[in-house]
Design a protein around this ligand. Structure first.
Ligand code: GRF
Length: 216
């Protein structure tokens, strides 16, 4: 897979920063070709530019339709020969033009163990529901919100005295490790989508079964 990433943001950009750091220290073999924000005030734009990465604003306002906004984003990504799109706090639904331009090549990171707590305020939803474990999910983007095949999940505990903010901070620390790792898995290839499942082929991949002692 083409290792040129396009990262879509709407705000803070700490996951973008984690990808920049992982590329910088050699944990992730990729290049960020372009950062796109739909909001001019996104902090992530400055993070990108500070790292020498081209960053553009494609506002969601002023287009005749949602699809036109999506098509404008596709144009920017194609112009930089992007192979994999990473949503990193991008607060817009991804529509058909973008999905069709990048089939099985758009990832999202979500701060819960999906399918629990999709949508906004996932960390607050987890605390209010009273779950004892939450976490982070990196998944492929499909037309339904926060529902595509799951590449990687990491769990964190939810403690008695947690608030939405303390849980969000604990999850965010895992997000920053999980996203570069998941992007690396996808770029490495040797996987397929089977129904809802992201399945890595056995060749060269240590599966839990192959770690079992012989005969077990
Ligand atoms: C993260 O919690 C991510 O999981 C969610 O939006 C937040 C973005 O944070 N999709 P940042 O902009 O990467 O700091």
């Amino acid at each position: 897979m083409n290792r040129r990433l396009g990262v879509l943001i709407s705000g803070r950009g700490s996951n973008l920063q984690a990808l920049i750091a992982a590329i910088g220290d050699g944990r992730l073999d990729a290049a960020i070709a372009l950062v796109i924000s739909n909001r001019a005030d996104a902090e992530g734009l400055a993070r990108a530019r500070a790292a020498g990465i081209e960053a553009v604003i494609v506002s969601h306002r002023g287009w005749p339709s949602r699809a036109d906004h999506d098509r404008a984003i596709v144009g920017e990504l194609r112009a930089r020969d992007v192979g994999l799109v990473c949503l990193a706090g991008y607060m817009r639904l991804v529509g058909a033009p973008l999905l069709e331009a990048f089939p099985n090549a758009i990832l999202n990171i979500h701060p819960s163990l999906l399918p629990s707590f999709p949508g906004v305020d996932a960390q607050r939803q987890a605390v209010e529901h009273g779950v004892r474990v939450s976490g982070v999910t990196v998944h492929f983007v499909t037309p339904e919100l926060d529902s595509g095949p799951i590449v990687l999940q990491r769990a964190v505990p939810v403690l008695d005295d947690d608030t939405a903010d303390t849980v969000a901070a604990r999850i965010l620390a895992e997000e920053h490790k999980a996203y570069p790792e998941a992007v690396g898995l996808v770029l490495a290839g040797g996987w397929r989508i089977e129904g809802r499942r992201f399945v890595r082929s056995a060749t060269g991949v240590s599966t839990s079964r192959s770690r079992l002692p012989a005969g077990s």
